[in-house]
Design a binder for this molecule. Structure first.
Ligand SMILES: C[S@@+](CC[C@H](N)C(=O)[O-])C[C@H]1O[C@@H](n2cnc3c(N)ncnc32)[C@H](O)[C@@H]1O
Length: 192
């Protein structure tokens, strides 16, 4: 059954309160943030897209709308409630939902015979995670992106911009004020 936006927000809030440290937000991303994120995906170059930390799938829906019928979207989520919700909401053969931490991308890519991702979209709240875990996941993202692929991350603070610049050697930043709280999108190209 399709939920109304209000019920969707309440479900998300309940999960946030239960697990604020890993959820990192009290509301799902706004339509403005979702649209600005997916605008950075060129569907002509997006055969394999990865989404990390999809929560209840608010950005997932926009990504699927943008992708070609033969593209694939592989998502990694550690919260079982969100995983179940996404599995119940989306009936799309392009989507593969993995209930595991983003640091294990490589293990799953090898098992799936996927060579590289063209885009990695992430909503993982790295600002509140241990630095070592943030580093491990981000380095895995760089490793499993194809050359000229893009890592697209949103945050509510500019704190980690210098970190992404060190990892990828380049950073583009876009402010999205119409979100609770206002967000920035960080987009980095994989250079080889
Ligand atoms: C800020 S919420 C973003 C939810 C949704 N993408 C949105 O834009 O509203 C962060 C999500 O990242 C997930 N998460 C946190 N650490 C993770 C990890 N190591 N691997 C995969 N997902 C993780 C949380 O469970 C949560 O669903």
């Amino acid at each position: 059954m399709q939920q109304t936006p209000l019920y969707q927000r309440l479900d998300f809030l309940r999960e946030s309160i239960r697990n604020l440290r890993l959820t990192g937000s009290v509301a799902p991303s706004s339509q403005f943030l979702c649209r600005a994120i997916v605008a950075k995906i060129n569907p002509e170059k997006a055969a394999v897209v990865v989404e990390l930390g999809p929560g209840d799938g608010v950005i997932t829906r926009y990504i699927l709308e943008r992708l070609h019928p033969d593209a694939r979207l592989v998502i990694f989520e550690i919260n079982e409630i969100f995983v179940e919700k996404i599995r119940a909401t989306f009936d799309d053969p392009r989507l593969l939902v993995i209930h595991d931490s983003a640091e294990h991308i490589g293990r799953h890519f090898k098992a799936l015979n996927v060579e590289k991702a063209d885009y990695i979209v992430s909503g993982i709240p790295f600002v509140v995670l241990p630095e070592s875990l943030t580093r491990r996941i981000t380095l895995e993202c760089r490793r499993w992106l194809r050359a000229e692929g893009r890592f697209i991350q949103f945050h509510y603070s500019p704190l980690l911009i210098p970190f992404y610049r060190r990892v990828f050697g380049n950073v583009e930043v876009e402010l999205v004020p119409l979100n609770i709280p206002p967000a920035i999108i960080i987009s980095c190209e994989k250079k080889e």
